[in-house]
Design a protein around this ligand. Structure first.
Ligand code: ADP
Ligand code: TPW
Length: 569
């Protein structure tokens, strides 16, 4: 649309979008340029917004998603149309699945051409493609609506259960103009985008009654609890109630992993034996065996705190739902808690402690073994010693065995320091999360990566070097997906589906862009390389050589893996 010529200064769509971002303190864009958004990126940078350019939109999207998780403010990802948008869409869907707030902004082609399918450059009906995978999707057609469009997108991303929002910006919008003063007025502050949501009194009383009568109570902390940043009240409630707790992987560190009430090292025992389970920001999805079956053993009373009412009863009946934000809900439980009235069996905690001690001693012995070549345990044992001295470091983790072992071996002692494959068990978040976390927090990041997992985002080592980010990537190189020992049963020249080039030197990839490469074949070399990398703050990639026969297929998910009968010769 065109506006009447005006004597007053005018502003174009590019600048109005930039002003909207700045107005809402969205000062970093993760993206990848091209038609029609190159100038948007340039002008954004010129205006003081930080533009972090990626080699693939999926990683820009992953960076935005994790920035949203860490800050409670939507991370911004900017892409071109059609293929760029689709590359970013995976990250948007992953963000929505994990309840992370982000906004994917993509340029799009002429509506008239797209709607008549007349074959524009990178033509696609992006708005409709995004809808099933986003919490909300909007298109801004007129420059006058940029203020409203951003307000809607931000509110949708952060309110209630957070998620990914798609914002479609047609190329035509960017070149529209309007009166600059009117444009300024059309940007407004979003009042109370994340209103506190207090739980009902009855829901708190119902839950407290169950906790009072529980003989073997258990608390499960999920990444919703970590996201909520209600760290102190959660810790207070756990310590005052003296109830053992189990952190889901990204909730590790909400209380330090060496806390006496942590039941992580007795996980199977507490899940099977507990009679009352309080879920705080954790869904009863596959990661918790859907709340039923052998894992869960004895019958339970479930209490569930969640912001989303429809999460309740999703897999099993919930005896005491508490709907509200985690800070308000846990505070209400704490206010009503009368520790003296709790009736948990004293043997509950002592038997957990016994099992913990036994399992931790066994694990310590395994970590100290020094097999050659290294296995997952000896490599992680050497990393653990170094990371224990650096609680501020953010750990990114993906892979199968690399993920499962690192999750239980690497302790976290501060909240929101562990970022991993999350709800989907997705591979390919590694470098995006590492870059997003480093840029957002300014803190050092150590990414512990399976060699297959790393491959999904490996080209972003150039991005890491370009921005000189304090990121250490450790590739657990066992020559393949899960392990490197499969053979092609036909004897043909193609290797088996899980096998990679043997003896690959991933460290050379980092060196190619001016970073530091390190090749480690022993725990000593690995810990020395890591120590040096942390001290220097320089982009570093450590190629950690792991026994190619050490991994199990699908890590700990073997039961989810359908198998054919053995191949006949
Ligand atoms: P995990 O994978 O760690 O078990 P999930 O992602 O399955 O965690 O669950 C997180 C849950 O937390 C989601 O159901 C989401 O609705 C909820 N949630 C997120 N933020 C809040 C909040 N501020 N208050 C209450 N619930 C929240
Ligand atoms: C987007 C399936 C799960 S785990 C994995 C794949 C390909 C890699 C395991 O090998 P890696 O780790 O990383 O070398 P390790 O420690 O066992 O040696 N595509 C996507 N997501 C998933 N989860 C897959 C494929 C998968």
């Amino acid at each position: 649309m065109t506006t009447e010529p005006s004597l007053n200064p005018t502003i174009d769509g590019f600048h109005q979008v930039i002003n909207a971002l700045k107005h809402h303190h969205l000062n970093t864009i993760f993206g990848l340029v091209g038609i029609p958004i190159t100038d948007l990126a340039r002008q954004a940078q010129a205006s003081g917004i930080r533009f972090i350019g990626f080699r693939h939109e999926q990683q820009a999207g992953n960076a935005a998603a994790i920035a949203g998780y860490l800050t409670q403010s939507p991370g911004i990802c900017l892409t071109v149309s059609a293929p760029g948008f689709l590359n970013g869409l995976t990250a948007l869907a992953n963000a929505t699945t994990n309840c992370f707030p982000m906004i994917l902004i993509s340029g799009s082609s002429e509506r008239e051409i797209v709607d008549l399918q007349q074959g524009d450059y990178e033509e696609m009906d992006q708005l409709n493609a995004a809808k099933p995978y986003a919490k909300a999707s909007y298109r801004i057609n007129h420059i006058e609506d940029i203020g409203i469009g951003f307000a809607r997108a931000i509110r949708a991303a952060v309110s209630g259960r957070p998620g990914g929002v798609y914002l479609d910006l047609p190329a035509k919008l960017l070149s529209q103009t309007m009166d600059a003063q009117e444009a300024q007025k059309s940007l407004f502050s979003i009042i109370d985008p994340v209103p506190s949501q207090s739980p009902s009194k009855e829901s708190i009383e119902r839950a407290l009654e169950l906790l009072k009568n529980a003989k073997r109570p258990l608390i499960i902390l999920g990444k919703g609890a970590a996201y909520a940043q209600a760290d102190l009240v959660i810790r207070d409630f756990i310590e005052k109630s003296k109830i053992p707790y189990l952190p889901m992987s990204m909730a590790k560190g909400l209380l330090p992993d060496n806390h006496t009430q942590s039941a992580s090292a007795a996980r199977s025992y507490v899940l099977a034996e507990a009679d009352t389970v309080l879920l705080i920001g954790a869904r009863l999805n596959w990661l918790l065996a859907h709340g039923k079956g052998k894992t869960w053993g004895k019958p339970k009373n479930f209490i569930q705190i969640d912001i989303s009412p429809t999460e309740i009863d999703s897999n099993v009946a919930i005896a005491a739902p508490i709907i509200g934000d985690i800070g308000s809900c846990v505070k209400a439980l704490l206010d009503g808690l009368q520790p003296k009235l709790l009736t948990a069996e004293p043997t509950w905690m002592t038997s957990i402690l016994e099992r913990k001690e036994k399992n931790l001693t066994k694990m310590a012995q395994t970590l100290d073994l020094n097999p050659s070549p290294m296995n997952f345990h000896s490599a992680l044992g050497s990393i653990k010693k170094i990371l224990n001295q650096h609680p501020e470091i953010i750990v990114v983790n993906e892979g199968a065995n690399t993920l499962d072992f690192a999750r239980s071996i690497i302790d976290m002692s501060l909240p929101r320091k562990r970022l991993d494959s999350g709800t989907w068990g997705i591979m390919g978040i590694g470098m995006g999360y590492a870059i997003g976390a480093a840029v957002t927090t300014g803190l050092p990041v150590v990414a512990i990566e399976g060699d297959s997992a790393f491959g999904f985002s490996g080209m972003e080592v150039e991005t890491i070097c370009r921005y000189q980010l304090p990121i250490v990537v450790i590739v657990f190189n066992n020559n393949g997906v899960y392990s490197g020992t499969d053979v092609n049963p036909t004897g043909g020249k193609d290797v088996a589906p899980t096998v990679f080039v043997k003896g690959a030197r991933y460290d050379k990839m980092m060196e190619a862009f001016g970073g530091v490469g390190c090749h480690a074949t022993t725990p000593e070399e690995l810990s020395a390389g890591l120590k040096k990398a942390i001290a220097s703050g320089k982009p570093t990639l450590i190629n950690a050589v792991i026994d190619e026969s050490a991994g199990t297929e699908s890590g700990r998910l073997t039961t989810l893996n359908p198998k054919t009968a053995p191949l006949s010769k």
